[in-house]
Structures are given as structure tokens and as C-alpha cells.
Design a protein around this ligand. Structure first.
Ligand SMILES: [Zn+2]
Length: 320
């Protein structure tokens, strides 16, 4: 039997909705849908911490330069979050772009990330001080020894990477002050065609969330004052990208080769099926055109945001 990582309901092993072979770690994963809490989760789960520094994905590489703009899923924080000051920890802070903005409006900022290259960018390019290449477990040891607690803990695009949901939120709560707040975001599991988003797969993403599933999870963990806001809507380029994946079935082919592999074979004539799919510009234009047609057909789906921003308070309190 397979056990739902959120509500612990048991599911039959054969009732998976999709199977997926990851060429990153040569492992087979199965996607399950919990009929009780509606969470989508992959089995087996297991974080591969080294993955984030290896430059296999453009998404993570971009942070190594330290010049990323604030991601769309962080923007609701600066509009809706009830505090504008206090001690804030960002878990999975990458190059510290969010922390830099939070510091600017008045927060005392701290950050941790697995990726040492991003942390280096956060300190050297952005001049942030309290940012560390550290696991959450190690940071908890450090924080507890220093008697360090936080008013706010944020985790943007982090929850879907966790392989132990209960442990993750228990860790977060152990670092929060009384009446502390959390905020973060996840990819919206109800967005258009998540199955064709090559980044939304293990071994980096293990769960798919909707607003309702998030609500069940956060309520179960004693969070109140839950607020959800849609973040980052589909653009034409996203649709074009999905279509490329659908038509060429290159979900597994879109992973960039590691630097090591590139060095071995600098002219790129390898027949390695994992190499990035070379897409001619003319075909790209064709897909963008096709996307425009597709756009009108799926317009209703566009209302669904690509990411969900959430915020919540740990201890109920009466601010008003
Ligand atoms: Zn469940």
C-alpha cells in the first residue's frame, strides 16, 4: 500500500495515475492521487540536494548570476502580507532576490539554500549578510543554539520539493515566534497542462497542490488566517512551450547536459537522449502562431494561475 504523505490515507500500489522515468537519477516514479485530501504525490520521495547546484536546469542556473528579478509568485507578499518589519527567514532563498526586496521595506533578513553558488551570489552580488548554504535541519541546530526565532518564515516554490511534509512544517514551526507568520508559493496543480511542464517532475518536485489541498495541510498543522492569491498567469510563450513539449514529446529531453558531459563532448554530437532538444527558430515561430489559436480555445483555463501564493499565522491572535 502507498500512504498519502499529507492525510496518511492508504492507496493501492497499482492505482497510480502516471509513471515517469527520470534520466537524472535513473529512477522510476509513480504519481498517485489521494482520493481523500486530493493531493497528487510521487512515489518514491527523496530529495537530491546536489541537484540544485549541478546546473542541469536553466531555472536554477539563472540564480547563480545574482541578477534575477523578483519572481511573480513573491509579488503578492509585498501587497498583502500584514507585517512590514521583523526578523524574516527565507527557506530556499536562492540568490536572495526576495530577501533584498524584503530588507528594503524594513525586514531583518536571513536565508538558507542548498545551492552554494546561489548563496555566493546573494552575499557577493546582493551584499546580504545572514545567508547560508545549509539544510533546514542544520539551520535549526544553529538557530536553537543561538536562541534565534523568527517573526516570519517564507518558502517560495519549496513545498513541492519536500519529501517529508510533516517534518518540514514541524521544523518551520520550531523556528517561528509566537504569533509568527508564514508565506510562500507552490506551482498550481490545477493550471493548464501541468503534465507537460518538464520541471514539475521528480526528483525535484514530489507533490502537486491546489488551494484546497493547501488549506487542508495548513489547517492540520495549526495555521490560521489563511489567505491565497493567484500569482503569475499564463503568457503566450508558456503556451508555446507546452505545445513544443506536447508535439515533440521532449519532456525528458529538455534537461540540459551537465558541464562535465559537455566537456567530454564539446561539439555536441553525442546521441545521448538527455541532451537539450535543438529547436530551429522557424519551428519556434510556427509554434507561437499555433499557440495563438490554442489560446482562444483554452481561454477559460487561463483564469487559473500558474502559481498559488499563500500566507498564514501560526497562533490565532486578535489583531483587530
Ligand atoms: Zn491524502
Amino acid at each position: 500500500m502507498i500512504v498519502c504523505p499529507l492525510c496518511k490515507t492508504q492507496t493501492n500500489e497499482n492505482s497510480f495515475v502516471q509513471s515517469y522515468f527520470s534520466s537524472i537519477n535513473d529512477k522510476e516514479y509513480k504519481l498517485y492521487h489521494c482520493f481523500k485530501c486530493q493531493l497528487y504525490f510521487w512515489d518514491p520521495m527523496g530529495i537530491v540536494a546536489e541537484l540544485y547546484e549541478k546546473e542541469m536546469f536553466d531555472t536554477y542556473d539563472d540564480y547563480h548570476m545574482g541578477d534575477k528579478k523578483l519572481s511573480e509568485w513573491c509579488i503578492p507578499f509585498f501587497t498583502y502580507f500584514p507585517l512590514k518589519k521583523g526578523r524574516l527567514l527565507d527557506v530556499g532563498c536562492a540568490d536572495g532576490v526576495f530577501l533584498e526586496h524584503a530588507q528594503r521595506i524594513g525586514f531583518e533578513v536571513w536565508g538558507i539554500d542548498f545551492d552554494g553558488k546561489s548563496i555566493e551570489a546573494a552575499t557577493k552580488k546582493r551584499g546580504l549578510k545572514n545567508v547560508y548554504q545549509m539544510s533546514l535541519e542544520n539551520f535549526i541546530d544553529y538557530a536553537h543554539s543561538e536562541n534565534l526565532k523568527f517573526d516570519v518564515i517564507t518558502f517560495f516554490e519549496v513545498l513541492e520539493h519536500q519529501d517529508n511534509l510533516d517534518k518540514f512544517l514541524t521544523s518551520i514551526k520550531s523556528l517561528l515566534k509566537d504569533e509568527g507568520y508564514i508565506a510562500g508559493s507552490v506551482p498550481n496543480g490545477e493550471r493548464l497542462l501541468p503534465e507537460f511542464d518538464h520541471l514539475d517532475y521528480p526528483p525535484h518536485h514530489f507533490t502537486r497542490w491546489s488551494k484546497n489541498v493547501l488549506r487542508i495541510f495548513l489547517n492540520k498543522e495549526d495555521f490560521t488566517h489563511l489567505k491565497f492569491y493567484p500569482a503569475s498567469f499564463f503568457r503566450l510563450v508558456d503556451i508555446s512551450y507546452r505545445l513544443q513539449n506536447i508535439f515533440t514529446n521532449t519532456i525528458a529531453l529538455n534537461f540540459k547536459k551537465t558541464r562535465a558531459e559537455t566537456n567530454v563532448n564539446p561539439i555536441g554530437t553525442s546521441t545521448d537522449k538527455n541532451k537539450k532538444f535543438p529547436f530551429p527558430k522557424k519551428i519556434k515561430k510556427f509554434f507561437i502562431l499555433l499557440s495563438a489559436l490554442f489560446f482562444s480555445v483554452v481561454v477559460s483555463k487561463f483564469k487559473k494561475a500558474q502559481n498559488i501564493y499563500f500566507q498564514a499565522a501560526y497562533v490565532p491572535f486578535n489583531r483587530n
